[in-house]
Design a protein. Structure first.
Length: 169
């Protein structure tokens, strides 16, 4: 079991997880999220993996049960979690200080692997990566319809930076 940068051979496993992410959001906010679907196509994901400003990390392990339905790559590894990230620079702005941020766009852990510290390993790896890249901070957004994710991020030491609000008309 380990975390590493995602490669093209991980696409099937990542796509499997993207459906799970979508369904969490769809079940929590069906008024906003369609389901079941994915945020990216396989071709879009391939382009994301090539871009050094959008690092994607995966937690992989050799599956013990081949009947689980989790895709296995050519190396015999199953993707049990992913972290999609985006490098952001705030430079030369009138209001904001010049900083480099690693924005976590998405973290997902395979449903059958939850409770095995996969999310913690992914988050820590991502934080270490941000530190190694000279980032000032790590940021993310979490949907209120996903209190488990919010509790996880708080347990990882994150705190509220800003709050987005809405009024449904």
């Amino acid at each position: 079991m380990h975390v590493r940068k995602a490669s093209k051979e991980d696409i099937k496993g990542i796509m499997h997880l993207l459906v799970q992410v979508n369904m969490v959001h769809h079940n929590g906010r069906p008024d906003l999220f369609k389901g079941p679907t994915t945020k990216y196509t396989e071709q879009e994901l391939e382009e994301i993996l090539k871009d050094r400003n959008t690092p994607v990390f995966v937690f992989v392990d050799k599956p013990t049960d081949r009947s689980s339905g989790i895709p296995v790559n050519a190396s015999g590894e199953a993707v049990l979690g992913h972290a999609f990230c985006i490098m952001q620079w705030h430079l030369g702005e009138r209001l904001m200080e010049d900083i480099k941020t690693l924005y976590i766009d998405d973290i997902c852990v395979e449903e059958t692997a939850r409770g095995r510290h996969v999310g913690q390993e992914l988050y820590r790896f991502t934080e270490d990566y941000a530190r190694s890249q000279g980032c000032y901070n790590v940021t993310l957004n979490v949907w209120e319809c996903n209190p488990g994710a919010r509790a996880f991020y708080e347990a990882m030491g994150m705190g509220v930076q800003k709050t987005g609000m809405e009024k449904i008309l």
